[in-house]
Design a protein around this ligand. Structure first.
Ligand code: S3P
Length: 449
C-alpha cells in the first residue's frame, strides 16, 4: 500500500516491441531541494518541471508547515515564497514525510540549527529506516533527538538555539547525510565542513551555490571536502528541474530486454554522480547511445536511445561506481537476468537500508520468478540466461512499500514468458506517477490486476 491509500495489485505481461519516446518526470532529488532551498531563500523561487510525486508533495506540505508559501500554478509550475535562512517557524503539527528518506533527512538538517521542537514521522517503510546517520551529526551542532529505539521515527528533534559549526566525515556514502549536515550548517555561524570518502550526488552543493551560498568542493587525500559558509542570504531562483535519470532507467532497461524495442528517452541529465547505471549497461554490451549530448545549466545532458540488446554479458560492477547508481541496482538486476553469465555487484551495503532491503526484496522476487541469485551482506550476484532471460515469471512479488522494487518487477514481466505481478504498485506514485501510462504508451502491458 502506498502511504496514501489501499494496496494496488499490478501485473505486467510480455510486451511487444517497445517503441517511441519516453518523457519521464522531473528529478526527485532536485525537486525536493528546489522546494527546501526555495523555502530558505528570501523572496519567490519559481520551479518548472517539478516532480509531482507523493514524496515531493509531502516535502511541499512540510515547507508550508515551516512557514513558507508553496503554490501550485498547474502544469508542473510551482512557486515558493521563502522565509530566509533561520526564518522557519515551529510547525503546529507532526511533519509526515510519507515514504521519503530524502524529505525527512534534509528537513531534519535544515531545522536542526533553529530554536524549535519538531516531531517527524512517515509510513511503515520510513519508520523502519535508520535516522542516527542524521541525528549523530546534527547533535554536534547542538541539536537533540528523541526517537524510537534504534533511532527510528517517530522522532522529535529539538534544534540548537545557539548552534556551532562542525566538521564531519560521513561514515556512509550518503548524499542525504551530507546534505543534512550542509543544511544544518546554513544557520550556524562560520564554516561547516563535510568530508565524504566516496563522491555522492552533488545536487545540494551545486544548487546552494546557485542560490548564492558559498559551497566549495575540493579533492583531498581523504576524498571530497565540502566547505559551506554559514548564515548566507539565499536569493530566490528560477529553477528548471531536469528529468530524472533514475526514472529514465525503467524505459531504458525495458527496451534492452524486450525484442525489437527502440526507445528514445529525451533530456536526461548525465551528472557523473548519477549516471553509473548507463555506464554499466554500456559495459555489459547494451545498445544504449547518448544522442545530442550537450551541456545545460552546467551539467551534461543527452537524449538516451535504448535498443533491444540480445548480446549483453554479465560483468563485475565496480564497487566505486555504487554511489552513482545506488537507486538503479534493482532494475539492473532485472537486466542482468537477460545477460549471459553472472553479474556481480559488490560494495552495496546501503541497498539494505533503502525504502526496503533492496537486495532481499529483489533476490526473493527474482528467485520466485526462476532466477538464481546469490547474496552476502554487501554484495549480490544474478545469474543471467542471455537473450530471453533466465526468468520464467508467473509469480506474485512483494513490493514492500518500495517504488523501485515495484517498477523493476513490472519491467521484468515485459520480458518473461509468464506475467509478473506485484502485490502493491501504489508506491510507484512516490516517484513516477505516470509509469503505467508511459510504459503502456511504448507498448508494455502493465495493468491493475
Ligand atoms: C538521495 C540520495 C540517495 C538516494 C535517494 C535520493 C538524495 O540516498 O538513494 O533516492 O536525493 O540525496 P542516500 O543518500 O541515503 O544514499
Amino acid at each position: 500500500m502506498s502511504s496514501h491509500g489501499e494496496p494496488i495489485p499490478m501485473q505486467s505481461s510480455k510486451a511487444g516491441p517497445l517503441r517511441g519516446e519516453a518523457n519521464v518526470p522531473g528529478d526527485k532529488s532536485i525537486s525536493h531541494r528546489a522546494l527546501i532551498f526555495g523555502a530558505m531563500a528570501v523572496g519567490e523561487t519559481t520551479i518548472t518541471g517539478l516532480l509531482e510525486g507523493e514524496d515531493v508533495l509531502d516535502t511541499a506540505k512540510a515547507m508550508q508547515a515551516f512557514g513558507a508559501t508553496v503554490t501550485n500554478h498547474g502544469g508542473g509550475k510551482w512557486s515558493v515564497r521563502g522565509v530566509g535562512v533561520g526564518g522557519f517557524s515551529e510547525p503546529e503539527n507532526v511533519i509526515d514525510c510519507g515514504n521519503s528518506g530524502t524529505g525527512v533527512r534534509l528537513i531534519m538538517g535544515c531545522m536542526a540549527t533553529s530554536d524549535m521542537s519538531v516531531t517527524f514521522t512517515g509510513d511503515a517503510s520510513l519508520r523502519s529506516r535508520p535516522m542516527a546517520r542524521v541525528t549523530d551529526p546534527i547533535a554536534l551542532f547542538g541539536a537533540q533527538s528523541h526517537g524510537r529505539s534504534g533511532g527510528r521515527l517517530p522522532m522529535t528533534i529539538v534544534g540548537a538555539a545557539d548552534p556551532v559549526p562542525v566538521e564531519y566525515v560521513t561514515p556512509v556514502p550518503s548524499a542525504q547525510v551530507k546534505s543534512a549536515v550542509l543544511l544544518a550548517g546554513l544557520n550556524a555561524p562560520g564554516q561547516t565542513v563535510v568530508i565524504e570518502k566516496e563522491a555522492t550526488r552533488d545536487h545540494t552543493e551545486r544548487m546552494l551555490n546557485g542560490f548564492g551560498a558559498s559551497v566549495i568542493t575540493e579533492e583531498v587525500p581523504e576524498g571530497r571536502k565540502i566547505t559551506l559558509t554559514g548564515q548566507p542570504e539565499l536569493k530566490p531562483q528560477e529553477i528548471v528541474v531536469p528529468r530524472d535519470p533514475s526514472s529514465a532507467a525503467f524505459p531504458v532497461c525495458a527496451a534492452l530486454i524486450v525484442e525489437g524495442s527502440d526507445v528514445l528517452v529525451p533530456n536526461i541529465g548525465l551528472n557523473p554522480t548519477r549516471a553509473g547505471l548507463f555506464e554499466t549497461l554500456r559495459d555489459m554490451g547494451a545498445d544504449l547511445t547518448y544522442e545530442n549530448l550537450r551541456t545545460e545549466g552546467g551539467e551534461p545532458v543527452a537524449d538516451l536511445r535504448a535498443k533491444y540488446s540480445p548480446n549483453m554479458k554479465g560483468i563485475e560492477v565496480p564497487a566505486e561506481r555504487a554511489a552513482s547508481m545506488i537507486d538503479e541496482y534493482p532494475v539492473l538486476s532485472v537486466v542482468a537476468s537477460f545477460a549471459s553469465g553472472k553479474t556481480f555487484m559488490p560494495g552495496v551495503k546501503e541497498l539494505r537500508v533503502k525504502e526496503s532491503d533492496r537486495i532481499d526484496a529483489m533476490a526473493q522476487g527474482l528467485r520466485a520468478c526462476g532466477v538464481q541469485v546469490d547474496e552476502g551482506d554487501d554484495w549480490w550476484a544474478v545469474h543471467g540466461g542471455g537473450a530471453g532471460g533466465s526468468a520464467k515469471g508467473g509469480a506474485t512479488v512483494e513490493s514492500r512499500l518500495d517504488h523501485r522494487i515495484a517498477m523493476s518487477f513490472m519491467v521484468l514481466g515485459m520480458g518473461t514468458p509468464e506475467p509478473v505481478r506485484v502485490d502493491d504498485g501504489g508506491p510507484i506514485a512516490t516517484s513516477f506517477p505516470i509509469f503505467e501510462a508511459l510504459m503502456n504508451g511504448l507498448g508494455a502491458k502493465v495493468a491493475r490486476a
